[in-house]
Design a protein around this ligand. Structure first.
Ligand SMILES: [Ca+2]
Ligand SMILES: [Ca+2]
Length: 517
C-alpha cells in the first residue's frame, strides 16, 4: 500500500528538495537473488522455522501470538478492522469480512457495498478486511503461515504506528496474488513518514520472486527485527535484510487486504470473493529481551528451561511423596514433554488421586531476588496449581518472619476462578499464631494460553507480577532468610470437587528463572 504512496512522494521529492537527501537516508540492505536453496525442516512448532535449534534463545511472546483456534477473533488481542483507517479506496474495511474458522484467520475481499460505506469518501463497489493488534510491540521475531488471496486484492502483513512525533512502518509482505506479474512477488518494505528530526516520507522496497504463485499455497513468512537489522524470511530462509536505522518505535501488528488500483489493479469480478487465510501468527523475543519488570542490574543466577526428557535431579527433588491433602504425591505425575516443558499432572488411580510436587530444598535456597515462571494453567476443577517459596523454619521463632521466613505464594490458581489468581503470604506457622496477607486479582485472558508469574522479593517488600504487570505489593511478613522454590498441584475442596474433573489434567511449566543483583 505504501508502495503507491511512495511513488507519489518520490515524484514530490524529486521535484522539490531533490533525490540526494532521500538517498542519503537509505539504509544498507541485502536481497537474495534466485532460489532459496535448502530450507529448514520443521522440528518444533514452538520456534521460528528459520531457527529450529533456537540458537538465538527465542522465548515465546504471548501478546502477539495467536493460533486462531475457535470461532471468533480474540477481542483481547485484535481489532476486526483498522481503528485509524477505513481502507484504501475504493475497497472499504468491513468487519464482516473478518472471521476465524478451521484454525485460521480469514480476510475476504468481496464485490459488494454495505450501508455504512462512506461513498462521499470514495468507498464503493468493494469491501475488504483489516485486523490490527490492540497492543504495540518493538523488536522480536514474527512468523505467520499464510496463503494470499487469489485476486488483484492485496494480502498484507505489516507493522506501523503513527504519533505526532513519529510514524514508521515495516511491511513484511504485500502480495498481489492474481495481479499479472505479481503472482510470485514477495514485496517487502520499510517506511519512514516522520521522526522527531525528519518530516519527509521515504522507503526501502525489496522484491524477491518465488518459484510458485504465492496464492497457490501456504508459506511461512518471517520477520526478525532487532536494534541492528530487519530480516525477512520465506519458508525459513532469509531473503532480505535492511540495516535498522529508523525502526525503533513500538508498532501495531496488522493483517489486511486492500484494493491497489495503481499498483496491483482492481480485482476482476470473477475472482471475488477471494480469501487471504492466516494459519497462525507467532512472536518471540530474545531471552533477556523480554523486559523484566525489575531493573537491568538483576542477572540470571538460576534457571531450569525444562529441556530434555528427565527432571534435572541436580535442581529438583520430588517433594512430599505420599498422602497430601486429598491425593497422593507420586513421582510418575512429574515428567518433561521433550519440547521444553515440565508437566505436572493430577490423575485418577482407582478410587484415589495421584498428584505432583517438586522443590529445590537443599539444592537451591536463596534470599531476595526476582523469581519468575512461565506456565499454562490446569483446566479442571478439584485441584490447584502453585509456584511458591517456602522457609525450612516457618514460625521458628514466632513473631519474627525476618528470621523464621514466610511462605510466599507467587501464584495459586483454581480453575473455578476463571481469570482470577491468588497471591498469598503465610508466616508464624500454620497453627494458632498463623498470620496471613493476600490478594486475589483478575487478569483478563489468564485462563487461556501461557502466562508468567513473577515475584520481586527485597529486604523491605514483595512485589507480585502477572505477565510483567504488577498485581500486588506488600511489606507484610518480609523474610530475610534463605528459602526454596516449589511447583505443585494439590487436590482439595478449596478448588472444587475433584470427582467432577476430567483427568488426567496437566499443568505445563516452560521455565523457572531466578535473577539477583
Ligand atoms: Ca491455526
Ligand atoms: Ca522451556
Amino acid at each position: 500500500m505504501r508502495q503507491v504512496t511512495w511513488r507519489k512522494i518520490f515524484v514530490v521529492v524529486l521535484g522539490t528538495v531533490g533525490l540526494c537527501h532521500a538517498q542519503a537516508n537509505r539504509p544498507e540492505s541485502w536481497l537474495r537473488s534466485g532460489e532459496l536453496g535448502t530450507v529448514p525442516a520443521r522440528v518444533s512448532e514452538e520456534l521460528p522455522l528459520s531457527d529450529q535449534g533456537n540458537e538465538a534463545g527465542w522465548v515465546a511472546y504471548e501478546p502477539m501470538t495467536d493460533e486462531f483456534e475457535g470461532t471468533r477473533l480474540d477481542a483481547e488481542k485484535w481489532w476486526p478492522r483498522n481503528p485509524g483507517w477505513l481502507g484504501r479506496q475504493p475497497a472499504y474495511f468491513w468487519p464482516g469480512n473478518v472471521s476465524v474458522s478451521d484454525g485460521k484467520l480469514h480476510l475476504v475481499m468481496r464485490r459488494e457495498e454495505v450501508s455504512e460505506m462512506p461513498k462521499d469518501k470514495g468507498y464503493h463497489t468493494y469491501t475488504s478486511a483489516a485486523v490490527q493488534s490492540k497492543g504495540l510491540v518493538k523488536y522480536g521475531y514474527f512468523e505467520v503461515k499464510a496463503r494470499a488471496m487469489k485476486s488483484h486484492g492485496s494480502s498484507s502483513f505489516w507493522f506501523y504506528h503513527s504519533t505526532p512525533e513519529e510514524w514508521t512502518e515495516i511491511d513484511v509482505f504485500e502480495i498481489g496474488g492474481k495481479s499479472p506479474g505479481f503472482e510470485r512477488k514477495y514485496n517487502m518494505n520499510v517506511h519512514v513518514f516522520r521522526t522527531p528530526t525528519e518530516n519527509e516520507h521515504w522507503s526501502s522496497h525489496g522484491v524477491w520472486t518465488a518459484s510458485t504463485d504465492l496464492a497457490d499455497g501456504y508459506h511461512v513468512y518471517g520477520l526478525e527485527w532487532d536494534e541492528e537489522r530487519i530480516t525477512w524470511y520465506f519458508d525459513g530462509a532469509p531473503v532480505r535484510w535492511v540495516e535498522n536505522t529508523h525502526w525503533h518505535q513500538a508498532l501495531t501488528l496488522n493483517f489486511d487486504s486492500e484494493t491497489m488500483p495503481d499498483w496491483f489493479g482492481l480485482p476482476k469480478d470473477e475472482d471475488l470473493p477471494s480469501t487471504y487465510s492466516i494459519e497462525y501468527v507467532r512472536a518471540w523475543k530474545r531471552q533477556g529481551e523480554t523486559p523484566l519488570p525489575v531493573g537491568e542490574e538483576y542477572e540470571l543466577v538460576w534457571s531450569d528451561e525444562f529441556e530434555g526428557d528427565e527432571l534435572d535431579a541436580s535442581k529438583w527433588d520430588y517433594r512430599g511423596l505420599g498422602p497430601r491433602r486429598d491425593a497422593i504425591n507420586v513421582k510418575e505425575t512429574v515428567s518433561l514433554d521433550g519440547e521444553g516443558h515440565l508437566v505436572l499432572t493430577t490423575k485418577r488411580a482407582g478410587d484415589a488421586y495421584h498428584t505432583a510436587m517438586i522443590g529445590t530444598q537443599g539444592k537451591f535456597e536463596t534470599t531476595f531476588g526476582y523469581f519468575e515462571c512461565r506456565v499454562k494453567l490446569q483446566e479442571q476443577i478439584g485441584h490447584w496449581s502453585a509456584f511458591w517459596l517456602q522457609s525450612p523454619s516457618l514460625g521458628e521463632p514466632l513473631g519474627d518472619p525476618q528470621k523464621a521466613g514466610t511462605e510466599i505464594d507467587i501464584f495459586e490458581y483454581l480453575r473455578k476462578d476463571g481469570d482470577r489468581v491468588h497471591h498469598n503470604l503465610h508466616w508464624d506457622g500454620y497453627g494458632e499464631h498463623h498470620q496471613h496477607a493476600g490478594k486475589t486479582v483478575t487478569v483478563p485472558g489468564l485462563a487461556k494460553g501461557w502466562h508468567t508469574f513473577g515475584l520481586l522479593w527485597t529486604d523491605s517488600e514483595y512485589v507480585f507480577y502477572v505477565d510483567g504487570q504488577e498485581t500486588w505489593r506488600s511489606d507484610k511478613g518480609v523474610s530475610h532468610r534463605d528459602e526454596y522454590m516449589i511447583l505443585s498441584l494439590e487436590v482439595g475442596k478449596w478448588a472444587g470437587d475433584i470427582a467432577e474433573a476430567k483427568l488426567p489434567d496437566p499443568l505445563y511449566v516452560d521455565y523457572v528463572r531466578v535473577y539477583q543483583k
